[in-house]
Design a protein around this ligand. Sequence first.
Ligand code: GLA
Length: 384
Amino acid sequence: MGAQQVAERFAELYGAQPEGVWAAPGRVNLIGEHTDYNDGFVMPFALPHQVLAAVSRRTDGVLRLHSAEVGGGITELRLDGLTPQGDENWTAYPAGVVWALREAGHAITGADVHLSSTVPTGAGLSSSAALEVVIALAMNDLYGLGLPRWKLARLCQRAENVYVGAPTGIMDQTASACCEQGHALFLDTRDLSQRQIPFDLAAEGLRLLVVDTQVKHAHSGGEYGKRRAGCEKGAALLGVDALRDVPYAGLDEALARLGDEEEVVRLVRHVVTEDHRVERVVDLLRSGETRAIGPVLTEGHASLRDDFRISCPELDLVVETALATGALGARMTGGGFGGSAIVLAEATDVDTLTKAVEEAFATSGFTAPRVFEATPSPGAHRLH
Ligand code: GLA
């Protein structure tokens, strides 16, 4: 759906043209998983899939929300009645952003919103971050708040953590707000410093496939929070602010100090080696050795499967099948427990690989996966 259609639907719903239309993308994470709440490194890029929002201001303290995909009528909320964790519907994401902006002292007086999304939900591709960021950007522009992108991402994370109640890190919102076309975003989640790394696979005869296993995940469920708590325990036991502070070269010594805390040992080992993998991928890309990132991605998968223990049979099957069919590397991406895997492959192998994964899923009796090619796309922006 394009900006024009979203604006037309807005006019049907609310009886006037919107003041503007904004877009915010979903993301896929190339490498750096479960490092963001450990102050570590991540490297996502924006997908061509986006949430579009047609928005106008209101002055009466009312927020009206409508989604093309969810269907049903318009949800009407009073801004002074917004309370954290009082809403279990999709509307908690946009409402949470308005709540976070108002909590931060910004005088938002209401809005009419119509949304339309092409970001698959529950697929580990950050549909919720895209929804948050599109609202934050629209409010920033319409209300002239002048907030920088990284700050909008922080407010969106606060909406997700406090208002929705999902204890996620800062990666997804920053990716949606700050990514650039043709680049992956090398982000230091401690100080939010960023480097745009050119990532043009097509020019090298390569492709990155996303395989959505159709196994739905949810971050407000307990497992994500348990991993996060385990990492915090590890940092406390090691006497550091965050696991980011455990140097890769000192990993063995740190693990030895954790003694028989078997679970914490596994979590710490994943986070510290994963931060190191992000740095290796950045170095390889900068020296033009793109194909060599494949094995690093695959190592990342093994670490998430064996140490962090957040993979699932469908994700493992994608990785195994892809590697057996000539992929350069493959890994699960996103929060885990379902969602999507990524596969780095020669362009000439894409059809064979796709077929092999589809056949393997059919043979195992799994729901057919959704396979598409991911190209690094623009971050959030105003369409008109
Ligand atoms: C989810 C969270 C992110 C990040 C990833 C795992 O996508 O929203 O903050 O923790 O999982 O890397």
